[in-house]
Design a protein around this ligand. Structure first.
Ligand code: NAP
Ligand code: 8YV
Length: 324
């Protein structure tokens, strides 16, 4: 067993805790707050396992920090560029959640267009027997043209499922992919103009902030449907509420929100918004696989000198780190 010291700020999946306890000297603090720092922690911590965010001030407080293992494929809670400048490797949990998130996306899309949650609520309220059949849904998946905003690991898993639904598929990313035959649009505007259903699965970055705005929603049109499973950061929520209220688009399905766990009341009040509390990867099996990858990254780093899934901003090996 190594005696490398790993800090867990705040709460994290219990399987991460369990496996860390077996392999490392683990210390915990209630949150990633520089005021909770002690001289001992600042000197001795070599790795951090985190589900959530870390400020650059917090990261800079550690003299011997080599690795930050993030629970989640999205690592927007950590400034990876800054970590790289400090010779700290950042890892995330790609691949192991792709299929689960893609399944959720298809479920959310179908719920949004065919109103299955509303139909179930109708049945449970005894209205089928009392009032007759649930109203026919104005929307359907049939004949839709779907635009993928993002076609990375998860976007491709979603698109693969969509092929089985016989809808037409197009996409926008900054660079066209050579390994797919879907129609490429070099701007989000052009994609939104060409499709009636937009699925967003891009990361939270400086370039994706509120890119789904009033103009993009107007381009989707009155039959338009927006599905967001990436980050709430990408959508201008005020513009979305307006578009849903006034019929600029027909419906939206959202798993992610701008200021989680807060969801604007205006969205909750809208009957044409289908809302999930960020559950796309949230099955026991998939979260356990993510937990394993967090710990395996830490073990590999200290035992073999490299991380399994470093993020592109920190392509470091342990031998390159001056303090290691
Ligand atoms: P990925 O493999 O890195 O794919 C990201 C995709 O977004 C790529 O196709 C990339 O293409 C595109 N992209 C990035 N910046 C863009 C921009 N400015 N304009 C247009 N396209 C852009 O990531 P992933 O594993 O699929 O995950 C994607 C994101 O999903 C994560 O970062 C996370 O935020 C979110 N997520 C959410 C949940 C959930 O529970 N709801 C679960 C998992 C992941 P180019 O680089 O060519 O632009
Ligand atoms: C998790 C996610 O909900 O991986 C991601 O980027 O958004 C989700 O899988 C989150 O990271 C951990 O709670």
């Amino acid at each position: 067993m190594t005696q490398h010291r790993i800090l867990v700020p705040g709460s994290i999946h219990p399987h991460v805790e369990e496996r860390l306890n077996a392999a490392f000297d683990v210390v915990r603090i209630t949150k990633a707050d520089p005021v909770l720092m002690t001289d001992d922690l600042a000197r001795s911590v070599q790795g951090i396992a985190v589900s959530g965010s870390l400020t650059t001030d917090f990261v800079e407080a550690f003299a011997s920090l080599e690795i930050i293992a993030n629970f989640g494929v999205g690592y927007d809670g950590i400034d990876a560029r800054h970590a790289g400048e400090k010779n700290i490797v950042v890892t995330n949990t790609p691949d192991v959640l792709d299929e689960e998130v893609a399944d959720t996306t298809i479920g959310l899309l179908l719920n949004t267009v065919r109103q299955y949650p509303q139909a179930q609520a109708y049945l449970r309220a005894g209205r089928w027997e009392k009032d007759g059949a649930f109203p026919l849904t104005p929307l359907s998946l049939r004949g839709r043209t779907v635009g993928m905003y993002g076609l990375g690991r998860i976007g491709q898993a979603i698109a693969k499922r969509l092929e089985g639904f016989s809808v037409s598929i197009a996409y926008h990313t900054r660079k066209p992919r050579e390994d797919v035959t879907y129609t490429y649009y070099d701007s989000l505007e052009a994609l939104a103009e060409a499709v009636d259903t937009l699925i967003a699965i891009v990361p939270k970055t400086d370039w994706t902030h509120k890119t789904i705005n009033a103009d993009i929603l107007a381009r989707l049109g009155s039959n338009g449907v927006l599905i967001n499973v990436g980050r709430g950061w990408t959508v201008d929520e005020d513009a979305l509420v307006d578009a849903l209220k006034t019929g600029v688009i027909a419906a939206a399905g959202l798993d992610v929100f701008y200021d989680e766990p807060h969801v604007p009341q205006a969205l909750i009040d809208l009957p044409n918004a289908t809302l999930l509390p960020h559950v796309a990867s949230a099955s026991q099996d998939t979260r356990r696989a993510m937990a394993n990858l967090v710990v395996d990254n830490l073990i590999n780093w200290f035992e073999k000198g490299e991380a399994l899934t470093p993020v592109p901003e920190t392509p470091l090996k342990r031998s390159q780190i001056p303090t290691a």
